[in-house]
Design a protein. Structure first.
Length: 154
């Protein structure tokens, strides 16, 4: 079962890249969001987010026990969740998708309140929660940008 969890926590082993695994995981997350949109099934995105959150909490908890520390760098399923939250229901083109990616990475690195506090939740919950909070900040940023500069985002 650990090999399945490892495949999930590394998002198909993208979390094992030697440089910037969080960025790699975010890129995979962006690709998965855009793939879900290409299917033209509006329910697929929120359902996918719920699935990522559920299996992500489990897999991230397994990863913490495996590595013997909190939020190991190879765990990037949380970045997929954060990217999914960032773009949820926002009809972006590729330019907007890139802006969403950059906004999410910024908030994931800076970790504004309450993201840092969310990291303290136990097990896989803490691993996932701070990226969800970063995704909420990036989502709000994208919504504001869509109002102010719709030609860039949409």
């Amino acid at each position: 079962m650990r090999s399945v969890a490892r495949f999930v926590w590394t998002v198909g082993y993208s979390g094992l890249v030697p440089v910037a695994p969080g960025t790699a995981g975010s890129l995979v997350g962006l690709g998965l969001v855009m793939l879900a949109r290409a299917a033209e099934q509006p329910w697929l995105e929120p359902l996918g987010l719920l699935a990522v959150l559920a299996v992500g909490v489990w897999a991230a908890g397994v990863a913490e026990r495996h590595y013997g520390r909190e939020d190991p760098g190879a765990v990037v399923i949380d970045e997929v969740a954060g990217m999914s939250v960032t773009l949820l229901g926002i009809p972006v083109g590729w330019g907007g998708a890139v802006l969403g990616f950059l906004a999410f990475r910024l908030f994931d690195i800076v970790k504004p309140f309450p993201a840092r506090s969310a990291e303290r939740l136990p097990g896989g919950w803490g691993v996932m929660a701070d990226d969800v909070v970063a995704g909420v900040y990036a989502y709000a940023t994208m919504r504001v940008l869509a109002l102010l500069v719709p030609s860039v985002v949409l």
